[in-house]
Design a protein around this ligand. Structure first.
Ligand code: HPA
Ligand code: ZN
Length: 319
C-alpha cells in the first residue's frame, strides 16, 4: 500500500502523456511535429525551465474540447490514486488555452466533469487552482480573473507560474489583491529559478499561504528561519528539479537538509508526464536516493495534508 498523501503542486497540462497527446491529436485533427510517441519522448531533454515550457505549451494544442480536458484529468486522477494520492490540488493555466482561441468555460467545465466524480471514481478529493502566466502581462491576468468570476464556485485559489526570472511577484500585486477580495486562496511559484527575494516578495506583497518550489530559500539563512518560524509550506518537486537542472543530481537535492532545518516541506510531481514520475514516484526517488527514513517519509505525507486547503474534518478523512 503506498503512503496516503496529498498532491499540492501538479499542473494538469503537465500530465499529458505522449500516448494521450497522439490520441487527442487524432481525435481533433491536430498535426504534431513528431512521428510517434517514441520520437516525442526523445524531445524530453530539458536545459532549463524555458526549454520545458516551450514543449509544454506546444503540446497543449491537442486539447480542444471539454471532453479532452475531462479525459486528461480523469487519466491523471487514476494514476495519482494508484500511487496513494487521496487529495489533489490541481493547477491549470487558463491563458495558455484562451490565447489559442478556447473559451475559459470549455477548460473549467471540462476539468470539472472529471473532478466532480473524482471522489466516487478514484477516492481522490480535489481543489482547483487557477494559475496566471507570469511572462504575460498583469492586465491579462486581471482580465482572466474577471472572466473566471462565473466559475468561482469551482476554483479554490490562484497561483503564478511559467517563466520566473524577470517576472517578480510584485508585477501581480493588484491581481492578488483582487483575488483575495473574492475570497480566493493564494499561492505562487517562487524560488525555482528565481532568487530568494522572490519568495519574500510572494509572502509580503502577494500574501501567499504556500510557496511553490521555494527551493532557493536555502541560499538565504534568514529567509529559511522566517519560513520555519511562520510555518510556510513549500511544495517541492524533486524529479522536476533534476529534469530542469535546478539541482545537478537528485543526490544533491537539499530536501534532507531542509527537513532538518525544520521547514514544512512537501513532495510533489509538478509535470509528471514530462519529468519522469507522479507523486509516489517522487516519494520513491527521494527514499532511494536521499535515504530518507520511514519517519521522514511519514512527515512528508503528514505535511502534505497539513499544507492542503482541506478543512480539518476533510483532512482527517483523507488521511
Ligand atoms: N515552473 C513554472 N511554470 C510551470 C511549471 C514549472 O515547473 N510547470 C508548468 N508551468
Ligand atoms: Zn510548477
Amino acid at each position: 500500500m503506498p503512503l496516503p498523501k496529498a498532491e499540492l503542486h501538479l499542473h494538469i497540462e503537465g500530465t499529458l502523456e505522449p500516448e494521450l497527446a497522439f490520441e487527442l491529436a487524432a481525435r481533433n485533427g491536430v498535426e504534431l511535429p513528431y512521428a510517434d510517441t517514441e520520437e516525442l519522448r526523445k524531445a524530453y531533454q530539458f536545459e532549463d525551465l524555458q526549454s520545458f515550457l516551450n514543449l509544454y505549451y506546444e503540446l497543449m494544442a491537442v486539447l480542444r474540447t471539454e471532453q479532452d480536458f475531462a479525459d486528461l484529468t480523469d487519466a491523471y486522477l487514476a494514476r495519482a490514486a494508484a500511487q496513494g494520492v487521496r487529495h489533489a490540488e490541481i493547477f491549470f493555466d487558463p491563458q495558455a488555452h484562451t490565447k489559442r482561441g478556447l473559451e475559459l468555460g470549455t477548460v473549467v467545465e471540462g476539468l470539472w466533469r472529471a473532478l466532480e466524480r473524482s471522489e466516487a471514481r478514484h477516492g481522490v478529493s480535489t481543489r482547483l487552482i487557477m494559475c496566471f502566466l507570469r511572462d504575460d502581462s498583469a492586465e491579462s491576468a486581471m482580465a482572466t480573473l474577471r472572466a473566471a468570476e462565473p466559475y468561482l464556485d469551482r476554483i479554490t485559489g490562484i497561483g503564478l507560474d511559467s517563466a520566473e526570472v524577470g517576472h517578480p511577484p510584485v508585477k501581480f500585486r493588484e491581481v492578488y489583491e483582487a483575488a483575495a477580495a473574492l475570497g480566493l486562496r493564494r499561492v505562487a511559484h517562487a524560488g525555482e529559478e528565481g532568487p530568494p527575494a522572490y519568495i519574500t516578495e510572494a509572502l509580503d506583497v502577494l500574501g501567499v499561504e504556500r510557496v511553490d518550489h521555494g527551493l532557493r530559500c536555502v541560499e538565504d539563512p534568514a529567509l529559511v528561519e522566517r519560513l520555519v518560524r511562520e510555518r510556510v509550506p513549500l511544495t517541492l518537486c524533486p524529479l522536476s528539479n533534476v529534469r530542469l537542472r535546478t539541482v545537478d543530481t537528485l543526490a544533491d537535492h537539499p530536501l534532507p537538509a531542509m527537513l532538518d532545518a525544520g521547514l514544512l516541506c512537501t513532495v510533489n510531481s509538478d509535470d509528471p508526464a514530462y519529468f519522469g514520475g507522479y507523486a509516489g514516484d517522487n516519494f520513491d526517488a527521494v527514499r532511494q536516493t536521499l535515504g530518507l527514513t520511514g519517519e521522514r517519509l511519514r512527515e512528508l505525507a503528514r505535511n502534505s495534508f497539513l499544507a492542503s486547503f482541506l478543512e480539518d474534518d476533510e483532512e482527517r478523512r483523507a488521511r
